[in-house]
Design a protein around this ligand. Structure first.
Ligand code: F0G
Length: 489
């Protein structure tokens, strides 16, 4: 396996100097420039009203700093760009596919690979296929069908619910308490996991999803020990485990920093080891692997061969022939390189340093944040806007105000996102009302982060006057993307 511990760790000059600074000097040069426009407050007010107070629906030309997501929005590397030119665009059996498959086998130790257009492309293949297997083999009952995760990302939850599953999240109790600092707030509560399996009955559980890092809990890492225990418990009950691994390298970086016994290991070694504790890999490659578009579905061995075959069939219907799965040959080449680049330790250190810098700056002006995670800063909107009830979406109100004040786009992670139980229509309880500022990789500078902190100072000054929001249009599934609102009088 290629090692990323290159000149940086041998020559610590940049690191030594950085320790005297508040911030780590970026271990790369920026050589392509994308201009961004500025708007006035009245232009932003008009733009926001026009899209029904949903920043998701804004035109990007009206956004100055876009922290909506770190998905497909970051910089790519020279090597990735160069690889793009090497694409084999054969409809089937492309050389680029076999190169990607080889990289997946090398990095994760998984034997079979299906490329997909992005993470949810993988979900639309494995979710129905694993459900069908359970039904066929164990007599799963449709009305009891339940899936479990440390915390489901919204599309994984959406696909599972779309196919009739109830979802249960079993995070550790401290996961959403922004006052608590702990090394692995993304972990599963193992006792609760086991109790939930016993209560539901294992045959009604088609899969367990280990989400690394745990996006919804604030990009918080999951320890290798926890992943191992989850896998042991799942095996005991004969339930397949899916690793939802968009941010696999950030997770490995935290493990190296924090988990006893891992500090001497490379990011590559920790990654390889972590993936022993799952059967299926489902990845949005738009995050750590840095591609603008792409995803992966892979199987560790032939124990789920029937599911793999079913996924290949569905892939032809939904994504494309299984040796391209919705990606052009060049994009598969770029992804194979991006998977390796993702694990460069010095880049991970710089990136996670940026998140910590923003958390420190916000906390210094009294903004309550979840402890720094891997890809984003999560702000406790519930604590900042205690006068706005959950069903008027304090996180979303804060997102609108941040845009009005400074042209910064962000996203709510709370009651709006978690939505309703599809069968009863009752609002599901959100563990916290958060606002996420997701940081695209190697895209914004320290000055941009200082601008965000300054903007928050203005938001905080006027926050007691902000009003809640209520729906004028509420879509039936994944409602936060397309919903429209008005201010509560
Ligand atoms: N799983 C996780 C943990 C994710 O964070 C995402 C996407 C997906 C699956 C779905 O992947 O977008 O490529 O189809 N997260 C993005 C975000 C959208 O902003 O956090 P996708």
């Amino acid at each position: 396996m290629e090692s990323s511990n290159n000149a940086f760790s041998q020559n610590n000059q940049a690191k030594d100097l950085s320790s005297a600074m508040r911030y780590i000097a970026e271990p790369y040069r920026i050589r392509v420039i994308e201009p961004i426009g500025q708007t006035t407050r009245s232009q932003r007010e008009e733009a926001l009203a026009k899209v029904g107070f949903n920043p998701f629906l804004l035109h990007s030309k009206d956004v100055f700093i876009d922290l909506l997501t770190d998905s497909g929005t970051g910089a790519v590397t020279q090597s990735m760009q160069a690889a793009m030119l090497m694409g084999d665009e054969a409809y089937s059996g492309s050389r680029s596919y076999f190169g990607l498959k080889e990289a997946v086998e090398d990095i994760f130790g998984y034997q079979t690979t299906i490329p997909t257009h992005q993470g949810r492309g993988a979900e639309q293949l494995y979710v129905p296929s694993l459900i069908k297997k359970r039904e066929r083999e164990k007599g799963l009952s449709r009305d009891k069908m339940t899936v479990i995760s440390n915390f489901f990302f919204d599309t994984t939850q959406g696909h599972s619910q779309w196919h009739g599953c109830k979802i249960v999240n079993v995070p550790v109790p401290a996961a959403f308490d922004t006052k608590v600092k702990a090394d692995f707030k993304g972990n599963f509560d193992l006792d609760l996991l086991e109790k939930t399996i016993e209560d539901i009955g294992p045959k009604h559980i088609p899969y367990i999803v280990s989400t690394i890092t745990c996006n919804s809990a604030g990009g918080q890492p999951v320890s290798v020990t926890n992943l191992k225990e989850v896998y042991r418990i799942a095996k005991q009950y004969d339930i397949p485990v899916v690793m939802d691994c968009a941010r696999f390298a950030e997770n490995a970086y935290f493990v190296k920093q924090r988990e006893p016994g891992f500090s001497h290991m490379s990011i590559e070694e920790i990654t390889h080891l972590s993936f022993q504790y799952a059967d299926v890999l489902a990845m949005s490659a738009k995050k750590d692997a840095m591609v603008p578009i792409g995803g992966l579905l892979a199987f560790k061995d032939d124990s789920l061969d029937d599911v793999y075959q079913e996924c290949r069939t569905l892939c032809v219907l939904l994504e494309g022939f299984p040796t391209y799965g919705g990606l052009e040959g060049g994009a598969m080449e770029r992804l194979a390189v991006g998977l390796y680049e993702a694990m460069r330790e010095e880049w991970l250190e710089s990136r996670i340093g940026q998140i910590q810098y923003l958390v420190d700056g916000l906390e210094a002006i009294g903004v309550q944040c979840q402890q720094a995670g891997g890809h984003a800063v999560f702000i406790d909107a519930g604590a900042i806007l205690p006068h706005i009830p959950k069903d008027q979406f304090p996180g979303h109100v804060l997102a609108c105000e941040l845009y009005r004040v400074a042209g910064i786009r962000s996203a709510e992670i709370g009651s709006l996102l978690i939505g309703r139980d599809p069968s009863s229509g009752v609002q599901l309880p959100a563990p916290a009302e958060l606002l996420r500022l997701a940081i695209p990789r190697a895209t914004y500078t320290q000055a941009h982060l200082d601008y965000v902190i300054a903007a928050f100072q203005l938001v905080m000054n006027g926050c007691q006057n902000l009003k809640g929001l209520t729906f004028t249009y509420e879509p039936p599934v994944l409602r936060h993307f397309n919903a429209q609102f008005v201010e509560v009088a």
